[in-house]
Design a protein around this ligand. Structure first.
Ligand code: AMP
Length: 279
């Protein structure tokens, strides 16, 4: 049976019952899907104990309506996690995570700024602050993140290096639906027509990858390919399409040697992201 806990004190108590055990942490915002469960399975394979945190972190939402509409289904999440053998499920109280007069945040400077950082001001400050807190409370041996959120991985790796956190970050591949759509808790909010249109992100990424495999290296032409495919989808609106340096996330122009291709696209009201690396 998984232990279900809310308070920081309870988490610490369980974490340190046997200090010799290794712990994996999978931070999530709940509404779990097969992508999350892959992270949990990997953590279970690599650690003696696994904790999954479920916390819809208000600090990382820049729109109140997005926070309010974010899917919450804790009972179902627990039903998914228990049979896997998850040892600890932590659902923090927002009041304990952010007590009155809370005033300390963690901000990773440069790599937080482009892409999602530009589109969602203060988003990454919210992410790094909550992840730093989760790391401090659980002190995991390893923490598991999805490549689906490529910039988030880079920002967290930078934070871990800069602040000397004593843990390893494990990055897991993006899990997709059979039609290629990257799994996301936000997909639940798509109506049937939008769900169909949402495959356009992966189609665009694949078209770029096909061209790359055929030897095309020109960033303008790769951009154009993706833009055309997405613009043709009736319910899709491009927020950004980027070809960036995989290390610095600086936008690339001209002939490319490698690139992180990433995009954010509105399907109706729902903003979806996806990425892949060309190398
Ligand atoms: P979230 O609950 O959306 O904050 O995601 C929690 C973790 O699961 C993050 O590290 C995400 O990158 C990861 N994740 C979300 N969707 C996927 C997916 N489709 N494949 C792999 N990892 C994912």
């Amino acid at each position: 049976m998984s232990e279900l806990v809310k308070s920081i004190a309870e988490v610490r108590n369980i974490r340190w019952q046997n200090p010799a055990q290794t712990w994996g942490l999978v931070p999530t915002m709940g509404a779990l899907h097969a992508g999350h469960l892959e992270l949990v399975r990997r953590a279970l394979a690599e650690n003696d104990r696994v904790a999954v945190s479920i916390f819809v972190n208000p600090l990382q939402f820049n729109q109140a309506s997005d926070l309010e509409k974010y899917p919450r289904q804790i009972e179902h999440d627990i039903e998914l996690l228990q049979p896997l053998g998850t040892h600890l499920i932590w659902t923090p109280h927002v009041e304990e995570m952010y007590p009155p007069h809370f005033q300390t945040t963690v901000n990773v400077e440069k790599i937080s700024q482009p892409l999602e950082g530009a589109a969602r001001p203060n988003h990454f400050r919210g992410v790094t602050t909550v992840v730093a807190k989760l790391f401090n409370v659980i002190q995991p041996t390893r923490a598991y993140f999805g490549q689906k959120d490529a910039q988030q991985v880079k920002v967290i790796q930078q934070m871990v290096a800069d602040l000397s956190f004593n843990l390893s970050i494990v990055v897991c591949p993006t899990v997709r639906e059979p039609d290629g759509l990257a799994m996301s808790s936000r997909n639940q909010r798509l109506n049937p027509a939008e769900r169909q249109a949402a495959t356009v992100l992966y189609q665009a990424l694949q078209a770029a990858q096909n061209q790359w495999q055929n030897g095309l290296r020109n960033s303008k032409l790769l951009h154009e390919t993706m833009r055309k495919i997405i613009s043709a989808a009736p319910l899709a609106r491009i927020d950004y399409i980027s070809l960036a340096d995989p290390l610095t996330l600086a936008e690339l122009e001209g002939e490319l040697k490698q690139a992180l291709v990433s995009m954010a696209v509105y399907i109706g009201e729902i903003r979806l992201i996806d990425n892949l690396t060309l190398e």
